[in-house]
Design a protein around this ligand. Structure first.
Ligand code: SDX
Length: 379
């Protein structure tokens, strides 16, 4: 077996062969099953995009209607999971609640039939249907309220906003949220997708796969950045303070959340669309005091770090969209998980076809034949 050279963070190391999505980091291109993200954002819906990613085809009207009805049927929260959530500490982070609840789904569907298309479809439908409901349920439970059951007359995106606020969302706001879900659905072999793939490669159940991915997405270097971006904008406080704030951060070698990417060395194409969505929301529902700060920060970061390929990533403007939609800051990453569940499931299903357990090697840097020193003789 030939050993490849060690690459920190596996940078540039192919971990799989996949036809699900394509990214060109120099040109700022993102395609889902070959379709440019801009096309899908303008013309598709999240559930249609999820179907495309998972089953590698744009569904006919009837196939999509059946898929939507199946999701609708499985949306309801299991009362035992609701009761489990009531034992969670209110101060707990919603990503931990989601990871625990996603894993708990496996308790209800323990039979594994990974070679059965019906089992695979059932797992996809249950996870896509229940993740939004579980995110919204914990939000209400930790406020001391009972979760709101989903409504069958609302779309996937509108239902989440409804379950969160107990009010029917404005159709324009629901559409903006649906587009944002599409933008976050898939992004080749990012950390949480890779985590899902490694877990899936042992042929464990899909609920354990999703729980692994949720835990990975939660980190501030990955999906957790959007929450930190808004906190950073709050800390900056004014347009005038952007430059001194940034210079101080850079002086202390601190990362600027929402900027930089392992693959994109230009502005993330998703950030471009999310910025447009934010502007549309502000035009319709009123300005956000942080937007001007964000635009100024983008300009000053480009001045100081643009030459190193550090530009806004997907997390920079997403938080401003979510804020205007009334989504609490610590739910930004769970919302990312709702969307990315489609990508995780697409890679899970694709990998089942020609699975081989992930088991990389290492470059050993330790000792050999070292002595065991009795405890009384140790210094
Ligand atoms: C997502 O992979 C994906 O596709 C992820 C994602 C998806 O859809 O799944 O796109 C979603 O995770 C977006 C990224 C969200 N994270 C953040 O915004 C956190 C801030 N960004 C950085 O931590 C960083 O840019 C990463 C983690 C996103 C990428 O890290 P890399 O590729 O490992 O780059 P690196 O850490 O090796 O940095 C290279 C250099 C370093 O300088 P030197 O040590 O070489 O002098 O660039 C600097 C870094 O210090 N740098 C930054 C920076 N990002 C990189 N400096 C300041 N601020 C930053 N944000």
């Amino acid at each position: 077996m030939t050993v490849c050279e060690f690459r920190a963070g596996l940078e540039g190391v192919p971990a799989t062969q996949s036809s699900i999505s394509f990214v060109d980091g120099q040109k700022g291109i993102l395609e889902y099953r070959g379709i440019p993200i801009q096309e899908l954002a303008a013309k598709s819906t999240f559930l249609e995009t999820a179907y495309l990613l998972i089953w590698n085809e744009l569904p006919t009207r009837d196939v999509l209607a059946d898929f939507e009805h199946e999701i609708q049927y499985h949306r309801r929260l299991k009362y035992r999971i609701r009761d489990m959530m009531k034992c969670f500490p209110e101060s707990g982070h919603p990503m931990d609640a989601l990871q625990a609840s996603a894993a708990a789904l496996g308790l209800f569907y323990s039979k594994r039939a990974l070679d059965d298309p019906a089992y695979i479809r059932a797992a996809v439908v249950r996870i896509l249907a229940k993740v939004p409901t579980m995110v919204a349920a914990f939000q209400l439970i930790r406020k001391g309220n009972d979760p709101v059951q989903p409504r069958d007359d609302l779309s996937y995106a509108a239902n989440f906003l409804y379950m969160l606020s107990e009010q029917e969302p404005d159709p324009f706001a629901a559409r903006i949220f649906d587009v944002s879900l599409m933008l976050h659905a898939e992004h080749t072999i990012n950390a949480s997708t890779f985590s899902a793939m490694v877990t899936a490669s042992t042929l464990t159940d899909p609920y354990a796969v999703i729980a692994s991915a949720v835990g990975t997405l939660a980190g501030p270097l990955h999906g957790g950045a959007s929450e930190e971006v808004v906190e950073m904008l709050e800390e900056i406080g004014s347009v005038e303070n952007v430059r001194p704030f940034l210079e101080d951060r850079l002086e202390r070698k601190q990362r600027i959340m929402g900027f930089g990417h392992r693959v994109y060395k230009v502005k993330d194409p998703r950030a471009i669309i999310l910025q447009q969505l934010a502007e549309q929301l502000f035009e319709k529902f009123g300005q956000d005091k942080f937007y001007d700060i964000a635009v100024e920060l983008e300009q000053v970061v480009e001045e100081k770090l643009g030459h190193r390929g550090i530009f806004p990533n997907v997390d920079f403007y997403s938080g401003l969209v979510y804020r205007k939609l009334g989504i609490p800051t610590d739910l930004f990453t769970p919302v990312f998980a709702i969307s990315r569940a489609a990508g995780w499931l697409a890679h899970w299903k694709e990998q089942l076809g020609e699975n081989r357990i992930f088991r990389p090697t290492q470059i050993y840097t330790g000792l050999h034949s070292a002595p065991y020193v009795p405890i009384d003789e140790r210094q």
